[in-house]
Ligand binder design. Structure first.
Ligand code: ADP
Ligand code: MG
Length: 391
């Protein structure tokens, strides 16, 4: 199923290896505030270091839009990585050109060099062949371990992969194995749980999962548009009116496999302190809004999870950031963790919710990539993966 060469298939002994990692981490006051993505890159870095390769890391961070913007410097990441690996990390203030070339030729086998933000150059997002060529001059081998950016064809993810022997890193392999296999060859019953704010960005995911999964359980803001499409009044709920027609079509075509909330938690304001009520779907009073799925829905969805083979979850069931509206998300997270199925969680807020609930250890695979994970669930081929050498 995973048909790409990986770092395990190559001899990197004494070679200079350019590794595209996903160090797009949140910063607060000039420091890394969540190092999950840095930790996720360590197995590949350690694998190469054990082979005494010269490890040259590159990544983007944030959206500097092709300009040098010091607040998006990867320098704080080099400090965080140095602490995690308990070793010194070289840092080059540019990812291409004379500074990068000098730093990469000076780096010795077994050493690690981190290059500055690839998005300080406009050529990165333009997938400029000249930028790719300059990146390629830095190394003998290219490794793509940046799953979180693999859905983008950029110079450091796709362009450069055509110019050097290019293989997948261990994180990339793991992500593709879980997300790819979940969709292509799931253990049945295969249950998908979809929520989050909006339906519009996830319509292709719904389509694909309705084809592949035995059941798709819908919650969160996404459910509101379906509920309105069923003909119910939804008050001030977050709804996407321009997706109503799509929602109607999905309901007509796939009603048997698509489960929607039967009861909901509503609020008289979009705040943590708002008044709340549990009501059956369809009776939202004027001025109120849907904030979470209700206990009857939680029970029904939990029942669907009994005996599941594979469970994929993307998108919280409610506004879980407010404790009063986090019940649906937390209880379903618990049910997923206890299901005994192969469980896969992807999406920025979904992952935050599973961690907040203290259940991360009980999940088979937590994806590090939001957009890339969604594209995998859509059944798309990721350009950063496609460009790598086949087995
Ligand atoms: P993910 O990052 O896991 O893919 P999304 O970004 O699609 O998820 O959506 C997450 C957001 O959806 C959360 O911030 C949550 O507050 C919001 N949300 C969930 N249910 C509702 C709702 N009923 N009304 C408004 N927002 C909601
Ligand atoms: Mg999100």
């Amino acid at each position: 199923m995973f048909n790409k060469k990986t770092v395990r298939d190559i001899d990197a002994q004494g070679k200079r290896v350019l590794v595209r990692v996903d160090f797009n981490v949140p910063l607060a006051e000039g420091q890394v505030s969540d190092d999950t993505r840095i930790r996720a890159a360590i197995p590949t870095i350690e694998h190469l270091r054990a082979q005494r390769a010269t490890v040259i890391l590159c990544s983007h961070l944030g959206r500097p839009k092709g300009e040098v913007r010091p607040e998006f410097s990867l320098h704080p990441v080099s400090q965080s990585l140095a602490a995690l690996l308990n070793t010194s990390i070289g840092f080059a203030e540019d990812c291409i050109g004379p500074i990068a070339e000098a730093a990469s030729s000076a780096a010795q086998p077994g050493e690690i060099l981190l290059l500055e933000n690839t998005r300080f150059h406009p050529g990165e997002q333009d997938n400029d062949p000249e930028m790719a060529r300059q990146l390629a001059t830095l190394a003998d081998i290219f490794v793509n371990d940046a799953f979180g950016t693999a859905h983008r064809a950029h110079a450091s993810t796709e362009g450069v992969a055509h110019l050097l022997p290019a293989v997948a890193g261990l994180l990339m392999e793991k992500e593709i194995r879980y997300l790819g296999e979940a969709v292509a060859a799931p253990e049945h019953p295969f249950i998908a749980i979809l929520g989050g704010a909006k339906i519009s960005g996830k319509i292709n995911v719904i389509h694909n999962l309705l084809d592949k999964a035995d059941k798709v359980l819908v919650g969160g803001g996404m459910a509101n548009t379906f509920i309105k499409a069923q003909g119910h009044y939804v008050g001030e709920s977050l709804v996407e009116d321009n997706s109503l027609e799509t929602a109607r079509q999905l309901l007509e075509k796939d009603a048997a496999r698509l489960s929607l909330p039967t009861d909901i938690v509503i609020a008289d304001d979009f705040t943590a302190e708002a008044k709340s009520q549990i009501i059956p779907v369809g009776d939202v009073p004027e001025g109120w809004r849907i904030m979470d799925i209700g206990p009857q829905t939680v029970a029904a969805y939990t029942e669907e999870l009994q005996g599941a083979g594979t469970v994929v979850w993307n998108g919280p069931m409610g506004v879980f950031e407010f404790p009063a509206f986090a019940e649906g998300t937390n209880q379903l997270a618990q049910a997923i963790a206890e299901s005994g199925a192969i469980t896969i969680v992807g999406g920025g807020e979904s992952v935050a919710a599973i961690r907040q609930a203290g259940l991360a250890e009980q999940i088979t695979h937590i994806s590090t990539g939001g957009g890339a994970a969604l594209e995998m669930l859509e059944g798309k081929t990721l350009p950063g993966l496609a460009a790598l050498l086949d087995k």
